[in-house]
Write a protein that binds this ligand. Structure first.
Ligand code: FAD
Ligand code: 2HG
Ligand code: ZN
Length: 497
């Protein structure tokens, strides 16, 4: 399927040549161009190994064949690149930190990779309003460090924070660990600067909280995964840093306990609740096995089959701790629900407890090749969906056999109704993929769920959009795409087939 799509894309577009590279070299410094094209007059010709990090995705599942990577430093240069590629009908893949999990940030074929990592300056920060304006290529964690001394935090947080860019976060509408508290980027992003496929610069880098001047154009680029334009600047509202933050991990007798505890958490911890995350025993075991998290006391957790991590963030240490303590005592007294609970006593333990949840994707990668399904389904069905997937793999005789599936794990953002179903195999194979798809997409559709809760569609799910979007909606999406990019050069093959 991937191969077919790659050819379909290639037929419409032109491959970049050494003349194109010479054109780029007319305005970009040599250090901003990485190419292995023959005839390009560069002091250092790139080897395929130099290009691999831009062609291969984080999971090692997708691999493009690009021979030209551009790392511009200014919006004007992005505009010149796009104008040239538009005129020449060369495909362009915007790339941030390349941590995406659906193959959206790497080329399908030999498109130009437009990597934003050299656009990494903070443009302004207002310590009264908390409004930050930054280049799209700023790394999320670096932005957190920049605003922390002013008493602010980024409204989005995720395990990939050390590598992903704010532009990539906006382009994927990343959800992450703080969505429950601070909402989605559709709410916190105040403005964007975008370069359209033909090179036009759209300056909507507003710092206004309120601006009802017709269509809210920036929303179209949030979550468009680089298919409508290149985001070069982001204006975002950052919340004040909480004065007191605590977390607990509860080991539960069964998944059945998750929902009553979630309900209780929402009522009892109410305004200080900032995260409610779930992970099953298999996910926990993998993190411990790969030494990415410190195991809880074995004799206390016993055969616990589910875990939740609850975080609180508030403005008054004594008040928040007393509230959490009361909550913990109450849930722990119900032995039918909870086996044991750990309340972080210090910053180090706070981080350790978070690692048990945050490091699951990394543990999964260390275990094998991951098929990742990032789905919205009713919370009540989380465990059932994981169970049905395991049964499906068993029925096809692909589970726990040499070369087959090693583990099926479930975890995710309970507060957002978002399950991460990860199937870890010894290798990527058509047999395993064939057993999982369309099986999982049909299962999701039977619950009227979403086949992409937060990671996007990318290349992985472009063929499966109809499981979550009506044909009328897809037709409208195609018209919007055509309006912005009638030549189809922006991130070809992604989101829409
Ligand atoms: P890339 O991977 O480089 O690109 C992703 C997509 O955005 C591509 O389609 C690309 O073309 C486009 N893009 C990138 N930059 C631009 C730009 N400037 N303009 C236009 N388009 C652009 N996601 C979540 O939602 N929640 C999580 O909790 C979460 N946790 C993660 C944990 C790990 C360990 C990893 C590896 C990934 C995780 N992700 C999560 C997935 C992911 O979507 C994010 O990591 C992130 O938002 C991608 O940012 P990036 O800069 O790496 O983008
Ligand atoms: C998370 O919540 C991320 O940890 C990654 O969204 C999920 O790797 C995954 O499937
Ligand atoms: Zn997630």
């Amino acid at each position: 399927r991937l191969v077919f799509r790659a050819y379909a894309t290639a037929s419409r577009l032109t491959s970049p040549t050494s003349q194109d590279v010479a054109h780029f070299a007319g305005f970009l410094p040599e250090s901003s161009i990485i190419t292995s094209l023959e005839g390009s007059k560069f002091s250092k010709k790139a080897e395929s190994a130099d290009l691999e990090q831009y062609n291969a995705d984080w999971m090692g599942k997708y691999m493009g064949k690009s021979r030209v990577v551009l790392r511009p430093k200014t919006t004007e240069d992005v505009s010149k690149i796009m104008k040239h590629c538009w005129e020449r009908r060369i495909g362009v893949v915007p790339q941030g930190g390349n941590t995406g999990l659906v193959g959206g940030g790497v080329p399908v074929n030999d498109e130009v990779v437009l990597n934003l990592s050299a656009m990494n300056s903070v443009r302004s920060f207002d310590p009264v309003s908390g409004i930050l304006v930054a280049d799209a290529g700023c790394v999320l964690e670096v932005l957190s460090q920049e605003i922390a001394p002013h008493g602010y935090i980024m409204p989005v947080d995720l395990g990939a924070k050390g590598s992903c860019h704010i532009g990539g976060n906006v382009a994927t509408n990343a959800g992450g660990l703080r969505l429950l508290r601070y909402g989605s980027l559709h709410g916190t992003v105040l403005g964007l600067e975008v370069v359209l496929p033909d090179g036009t610069i759209i300056d909507q880098l507003s710092t206004l909280r309120k601006d009802n001047t017709g269509y809210d154009l920036k929303q179209l680029f949030i979550g468009a995964e680089g298919t409508l334009g290149v985001i070069t600047g982001v204006s975002i509202l950052t919340p004040p840093m909480p004065q007191s933050t605590n977390n607990i991990v509860l080991a539960l007798n069964s998944f059945e306990s998750v929902l009553p505890i979630f309900k209780k958490t929402r009522t009892q911890l109410s305004e200080i609740l900032s995260a409610f995350e779930y992970f099953d025993r298999n996910a926990y075991n993998l993190v411990v096995k790969h030494k990415l998290g410190k195991s809880l006391a074995e004799d206390e957790i016993g055969d616990a089959s589910a875990f939740v991590l609850i975080e609180t963030s508030g403005g008054n240490k004594e008040h928040d701790e007393a509230k959490l303590q009361d909550f913990l005592e109450e849930v722990m007294s119900d032995e039918s629900l909870v086996k044991t609970g750990v309340l972080a006593q210090a910053t180090e333990q706070f981080q350790q407890l978070w690692s048990l949840r945050e490091c699951i994707p990394e543990a999964v990668s260390k275990e094998g090749k991951a098929y990742k399904y990032d789905i919205s389904v009713p919370i009540t069905t989380f465990e059932e969906v994981v169970h049905k997937t395991r049964e499906q793999l068993k029925s096809k005789n692909l589970y726990k056999i040499p070369g087959g599936v090693k583990e099926v794990v479930g975890y995710g953002h309970i507060g957002d109704g978002n399950l991460h179903l990860n199937v870890v195999a010894e290798k990527y194979s058509p047999e395993v993929e064939g057993a999982l798809e369309p099986f999982i997409y049909e299962l999701v559709a039977s619950h009227r769920g979403s086949i992409s809760a937060e990671h996007g569609i990318g290349l992985m799910k472009a063929h499966a959009l109809q499981y979550s979007k009506s044909k009328e909606s897809i037709a409208l999406m195609k018209r919007i795409k055509h309006l912005f990019d009638e030549r189809g050069i922006m991130n070809p093959g992604k989101v829409l087939e």
